[in-house]
Ligand binder design. Structure first.
Ligand SMILES: C[S@@+](CC[C@H](N)C(=O)[O-])C[C@H]1O[C@@H](n2cnc3c(N)ncnc32)[C@H](O)[C@@H]1O
Length: 232
């Protein structure tokens, strides 16, 4: 089983002229026969949002392990890319909106393919960090869970990302942002920026705290998960 859980089966598909693969991701609860398999469409192009990144595998596992918290919840995924965490949330009963940069139609086309592969219907919306319009206001809900896997990777974007997180959480009791990231040199500036935007970390976990051994051994870098709330 361990081998099965770590294997990412890939299938090449040239139907639209792109080098597309489908990776498979398995989720199982220890001591239970419940098993979920999600297929993700990936495209071999130089666009970040077209691959499943390790942070996404860690966040999706967290969603799966906390599926009772997600059942019936409203979820928005930021910088969703191939959207593995959001798709798992949808599978366990959340109402999910997948977002990514507005200027990335290819990312949304690929996301739709992944939704179709897994027979889930998620709303999709362009949401570029630091920019919002009338449609973005509809994304604000009380007790909402905002997800983001590997969205804290380029320090030039940290301010815009955290401004968007604050926009979604402010005045929304019990809303939370859950993000996974690889601790890199910009880590200290995240703490500073959280204070600047009136956000606070309420939970910090290492992937090793909850990831099954089979998935942990496939990670080449450490990954941390934090839950962030608005201070108001
Ligand atoms: C490293 S990828 C992570 C993708 C996916 N969450 C994962 O972990 O597999 C970063 C994602 O953030 C999106 N992104 C980058 N800059 C953005 C911005 N300014 N506004 C919105 N999304 C952005 C990219 O398009 C991409 O999907």
């Amino acid at each position: 089983m361990a081998e099965k859980m770590t294997k990412r089966a890939k299938r090449r598909d040239r139907e639209d002229g792109l080098m597309r693969t489908v990776s498979q991701h398995h989720f199982q609860h220890a001591g239970s026969s419940q098993l979920l398999t999600i297929s993700c469409s990936e495209v071999m192009q130089e666009e970040y949002g077209l691959y499943v990144w390790p942070c996404s595998i860690v966040l999706a596992e967290y969603v799966w392990q906390n599926r009772l918290r997600f059942a019936g919840a409203r979820v928005v995924e930021l910088g969703a890319g191939t959207a593995l965490p959001g798709i798992v949330a949808a599978k366990v009963g959340a109402i999910v909106v997948l977002t990514d940069r507005e200027d990335q139609p290819q990312v949304f086309e690929n996301m739709q393919k992944t939704c179709d592969l897994n027979q889930v219907s998620c709303e999709m919306q362009g949401l570029t960090w630091g920019q919002w319009n009338e449609k973005s206001f509809a994304l604000r809900h009380p007790a909402q869970i905002v997800l983001g896997a590997d969205v804290l990777y380029a320090s030039k974007d940290f301010d815009d990302l955290l401004a968007t997180v604050k926009f979604l959480l402010q005045g929304m009791p019990d809303s939370v942002f859950i993000t996974t990231y690889q601790p890199r040199s910009g880590h200290r500036s995240i703490e500073y920026l959280m204070a600047k935007w009136g956000l606070q970390c309420t939970q910090l976990l290492d992937a090793a705290d909850f990831l099954p051994a089979s998935k942990l051994s496939a990670l080449s870098n450490s990954v941390e998960l934090i839950e962030i709330r608005s201070q108001d």
